[in-house]
Design a protein. Sequence first.
Length: 332
Amino acid sequence: MIREPALEGAREGIGRMVFARVIAIKIAWAAMTLLVMSIITFAATSSSPVDVARNALGREVTNEQLERFIADRGLNRPVVVRYAAWLGDFVRGDFGTSTVTGRNVRDDVMPRLGNTLVLAALTLAISLPVSLGLAVYMALHVGRWQDLMLLSSTTVLTALPEFVTGMALILVFGVALHWLPIDSTALNFQSGWSAWASYVLPVLSMLLVSAPYTIRIARSAIRESLSAPHTRTAVLAGLSRRRVVALYAVLPAAVPIINTLALNLVYLISGVVVIENVFSFPGIGRRLVEAITTSDIETVQAIAIVMGAMFIAITLIADMAAAIVNPRLRSK
């Protein structure tokens, strides 16, 4: 007869193997998704060689100059060959050279990406404790005036477009009160408080747009956990209110909260396109708009792949975190 400790160890070993297999499958699917996305991106942004040459050299270019440019850039090769070369260079960290600006695309994009990631990280660092705190408070006061007031406020903020929220903050804190800069161009040439002050209004705008959704989802999940039988049993057992909320309300609601935070982080990286343009923030979203406006194909391709890779990585990390928190998800 197998003893209980040995049986328990065997179960844990099988569980770890299943979890590792699930993670390996998710990583494989993520890699396949990124490959498909790269094909779609290259196909959607690849213009004819003549159009690329004319966009780089101007409309008054001669046929000889066009032919020389196309030959030098290898644009006369088949599309499949050009895609394979582009993908190989991208995997090695070579994003190419912009035919519009003449600059190295990686050197142009990565500093902008760093600014955007700092903006998203600051927003998430503030949004997480504020959202969870307000969600717990609302769940503990369901149906009361505090809950109804906060619920109405989050509904209004969720309905407001990003540019409306941004413009309102500019009018109040920048134009009327003169407390904060109305744009973030100081990041390009200043440091210290002047540079950090450039983050305040963009962070506040993204916080007001993204946090309400997290609050509403977390409130619903925590409220459901508070009404569960095991939570009532913990209360009757004499556990403190803080322990009941932490162990029997917030922790069981971790999976939907993690998924919501992942969606919010995806939004924070993709939705910055509007916010960055409202505040002239030197981030990757503003650079993307500039590249599209000037038909800078190489830069558009690089930003699309980088942002797509981040979205896939965020989703994968969220799935892994949810599986760690909830063992029932480890076999899915």
